[in-house]
Write a protein that binds this ligand. Structure first.
Ligand SMILES: Nc1nc2c(ncn2[C@@H]2O[C@H](COP(=O)(O)OP(=O)(O)OP(=O)(O)O)[C@@H](O)[C@H]2O)c(=O)[nH]1
Ligand SMILES: [Mg+2]
Length: 205
C-alpha cells in the first residue's frame, strides 16, 4: 500500500473542535513514551509528521492526520495520535484533563473504526492490562502492537509476543503484532490489520 499523502490537520481537545470531515478514524493508544507518534510516522513513511520525543508526555492533545493511500478498501482516513497514559510527571491539572479528553473521544466518536493499543516489547505494566480491559469495556477490539521489538534479539521476539497474549488474555495470537518504528518491521501486517478492522467495522456481523 502506498501513502499518497499524509497531512497534519489539527490538534484539539474538545469534540466541538474535532475535524468535521467524516472519514474513518484510527486511534493510537498506549502509555507515555511507548512509541505511538513514532508508529504513526513509520506507518505513514514520514520522518516527523507526528512529534516524537525521548521525554514522556510529548503528545498532550488529540492530533489528527489526514491520510490518503493507494488501497481500494481504505483509501482515506484520519490517524489520531493521543497523549500517553500514566505520565506521572505531567501537572495534576493536565492529567485531570487527559483522562476525560481521551475517554470522550473513544466513547463518542462515531467514525472511530480501529483502536491500536501499543505496548513495549520490554515489558507490560499493570496499566496496559487495565487499558485493554477498559477499551474492551467501551466496545472496542484493540489491535495490540508490541513495539520497540528491535530492542529484542530475534530469538526473544516470539516468546515475548506469546507472553503479551497470555498476560492480556488475548486468545488469538494473530491479533498481537510485533512492530518496530525503527526498522518498519510489522508495518505491512499492521496495515493489513487496519484494513481488516475497517472492513468488519463497516460490515458488522
Ligand atoms: N528502538 C526503538 N525506539 C523507538 C521505537 N518507537 C519509539 N521509539 C523511541 O521511543 C521514544 C518515544 O517515542 P514517541 O513516539 O514520542 O512515544 P509516544 O508514545 O508518542 O509518547 P507520548 O507522546 O509522550 O505519549 C522516542 O525516543 C522514540 O525514538 C521503536 O520501535 N524502536
Ligand atoms: Mg506522542
Amino acid at each position: 500500500m502506498k501513502i499518497l499523502s499524509a497531512d497534519f490537520v489539527k490538534s484539539c481537545m474538545k469534540p466541538a473542535h474535532y475535524p468535521g470531515e467524516r472519514l474513518p478514524e484510527v486511534a493510537f493508544v498506549g502509555r507515555s513514551n511507548v512509541g505511538k507518534s513514532s508508529a504513526i510516522n513509520s506507518l505513514l513513511n514520514r520522518k516527523a509528521i507526528a512529534k516524537v520525543s525521548t521525554t514522556p508526555g510529548k503528545t498532550q492533545t488529540l492530533n489528527f492526520f489526514r491520510v490518503l493511500t493507494s488501497d481500494k478498501v481504505l483509501p482515506n482516513m484520519f490517524f489520531v495520535d493521543l497523549p500517553g497514559y500514566g505520565y506521572a510527571k505531567a501537572s495534576k491539572s493536565v492529567r485531570e484533563q487527559w483522562g476525560p479528553m481521551i475517554e470522550r473521544y473513544l466513547t463518542q466518536r462515531a467514525q472511530l473504526c480501529a483502536v491500536v493499543q501499543l505496548v513495549d516489547a520490554r515489558g507490560l505494566e499493570a496499566h496496559d492490562v487495565t487499558t485493554l480491559e477498559w477499551l474492551t469495556h467501551l466496545g472496542h477490539r484493540p489491535i495490540v502492537v508490541v513495539t520497540k521489538i528491535d530492542k529484542l534479539s530475534r530469538g526473544r521476539r516470539r516468546p515475548c509476543l506469546l507472553q503479551v497474549c497470555q498476560t492480556l488474555g488475548v486468545e488469538n495470537h494473530e491479533e498481537v503484532l510485533g512492530y518496530s518504528s525503527k526498522t518498519n518491521e510489522g508495518r505491512q501486517e499492521l496495515w493489513n490489520a487496519l484494513r481488516d478492522h475497517y472492513e468488519s467495522w463497516k460490515n458488522p456481523g
